[in-house]
Design a protein around this ligand. Structure first.
Ligand code: DQA
Length: 147
């Protein structure tokens, strides 16, 4: 089963971007970690990143049409993109919101998420491990459906 791991703006710059907040590992490291985790769970993981809201909305429509589970780090879109939220509300499969940092422990503007209310659940604050936990959550939800 295919799972999409979608990443929003600035996440391609992992490793150089505010390493004190987001760590030293790169986006390629993250992609490899997700694919490897997927392999162990019997999931075919495809990792994408965009800085463009329209492209992200298009990917979310694609997932909805294909009943594809999504692990999503919406990055800054989390805090203000109603367009992304409305796209996610059309989901037809599990959606796990992930964050590398813990937005609730950071600046006030990061305490608002317009995505959480349309997600199956949210995992935040565990570094890149947030994605590993999210993929395990997806595998568990899919096993429940099949069981
Ligand atoms: C983030 C947290 C967001 O507040 C921020 O805009 C990001 C990354 C995270 O993974 O911790 O770009 O989603």
């Amino acid at each position: 089963r295919t799972v999409l791991v979608l990443n929003g703006p600035n996440l391609r710059r992992l490793g150089t971007r505010e390493p004190d907040v987001y760590g030293a590992e790169t986006f390629d490291d993250l992609a490899a970690l997700c694919r490897e985790t997927g392999r162990g769970l019997g999931l075919d993981v495809e990792v994408r990143q965009t800085d463009d809201e329209a492209e992200m909305v298009g990917w979310v429509h694609e997932a909805a049409d294909g009943r594809v589970p999504v692990v999503l780090n919406p990055a800054a879109f989390t805090h203000y993109s109603y367009a992304l939220r409305d796209a996610l509300a059309q989901r037809t499969a599990p959606l796990i919101e992930v964050h590398i940092s813990n937005p609730a422990a950071r600046e006030e503007f990061r305490h608002t998420t317009v995505v959480a209310g349309v997600a199956t659940g949210t995992i935040a604050g565990f570094g890149l491990r947030s994605y590993v936990l999210a993929l395990h959550a997806v595998a568990g939800l899919l096993a429940d459906e099949d069981g």
